[in-house]
Design a protein around this ligand. Sequence first.
Ligand code: NAD
Ligand code: UGA
Length: 482
Amino acid sequence: MDVVHPPEVRSICCIGAGYVGGPTMAVIADRCPHLQVTLVDLNAARIAAWNDPDLANLPVYEPGLAEVVGRCRGRNLHFTTEVDDAIASADMVFLSVNTPTKTRGLGAGQASDLRWIEASARQVAAQATGHTIVVEKSTLPVRTAETIKQILMGSQSLAGGASPGGESGVEAKTFSVLSNPEFLAEGTAIRDLEHPDRVLIGGEDPAAIAALSAIYGHWVDPERILHTNLWSSELSKLTANAFLAQRISSINAVGALCEATGADITEVARAIGSDSRIGMKFLAAGPGFGGSCFQKDILNLVYLCRHYGLDDAASYWEQVVVFNSWQQQRIARLVVSRLFGTVSGKRLAVLGFAFKADTNDTRESPAIAICRGLLEEGAHLVIHDPKVATTQISADLGRPPDACERGFADDGKWQRAETPLEAVTGADAVIVLTEWGAYRTLDWPAIAAAMRRPAWLFDVRDITDTAAARQAGLQVWSVGKG
Ligand code: NAD
Ligand code: UGA
């Protein structure tokens, strides 16, 4: 068998300094001090925040991230808006840009919007020098690497040939394209990156594959570094998210049935999760999945299935998303119905706005749909979240004009509270929407004393001490409990 000599990689550029690019590159820089790692982004405010001397102001909140950035920043980890320079001096360029669902045009509402991936590939094509390994880090529809290769190859011919030292006298540029999807989850990103279940590398060029594997090999057991062809790698990422999201819709469907029948979703989850073929993880019932990826990746899978004429496969996956929306609407409706059928003018404390604990991310957070549903019914929401900024809540909910301004006495409105106790003061109900650790140990006697009676607890994450809440005089509804 031929021995593969990977090209030496000394300098890495990552286009896109977001939730994935930032933590991923910080861990690579931390584990590979011999590499220079540069993160670039068009968003100057984001880059300024990554460079903020106060590590508490990094644009992404992730446990352990500030420590890693603190160790590497300025040493071998750099953040800049100088995209062209960083590409030109890189041996390897990661594309970690956003790939949201298209909002208009062909495939709107399902297909991924690839404009940022195409723009960054074109920028690499224009600015790269010598041989560059281009790594897809973004989550992409299967066969996107084909498009990226075509864009890059266009620049090869412009540069005078596909091999180094082409005859035109201009230094030729060459490229290898790899797929290396990211499986980190927000809130546990650093742990996931430092101890991944697997690293997936798809590609055709053995030398490029070896070069990327060598980087991960600095801290990941080689047995956990999986190699596949490009298309399997791209498709595996969409499939992994689809399977995970499907488990959540499945457990929430059973949770609704538990509520109707007297069964208990925690007991059912333990009973089925003890089967090693099913496993315990991802069986927590809740308000439905949120986050920037599950919905968009399933919808992308749906679009791809339809594109290839697989309509029944498309409908199968689509139902996971349809059901997820139903779960969120169900929660809002249920709160209204328990509060005597109306929440108009009632003060409701919402605990948690992030889509999950330990992140400041609210993208597709179930809290948005549930709060909107309650605002629509005229509720006065008082929202607490330990990490989500008020400006973000405003961006997600909008600030409804003053009731008098619009002339309707029953228009909903919301405000921010700095503590859970402030949120619940005078409230008719407390609704727990995110599983923040602090909400597990709330002081129920103090909360009950501050609320208006009859007072309700809606524990949509099943994390609170419901016995203590009941004892303090609250009426309790908990997800998946009959
Ligand atoms: P993000 O929006 O937080 O970050 C993307 C960044 O790319 C933005 O800051 C944007 O300004 C920048 N950008 C876009 N086009 C650019 C260009 N041409 N040049 C320079 N910068 C550019 O997105 P994210 O959450 O980091 O996700 C990135 C990709 O990773 C997506 O495909 C997503 O599906 C995937 N992913 C996300 C997660 C997650 O937990 N968020 C996990 C795994 C995979
Ligand atoms: C998810 C995947 O877990 C990652 O592997 C993947 O890399 C990432 O998407 C991505 O591609 O973006 P993330 O969305 O950050 O990560 O967070 P998860 O822990 O998966 O949670 C997603 C949603 O499901 C959250 O709203 C969470 O509250 C909910 N969830 C999760 C449940 O309701 N029940 C569970 O048992 C687990």
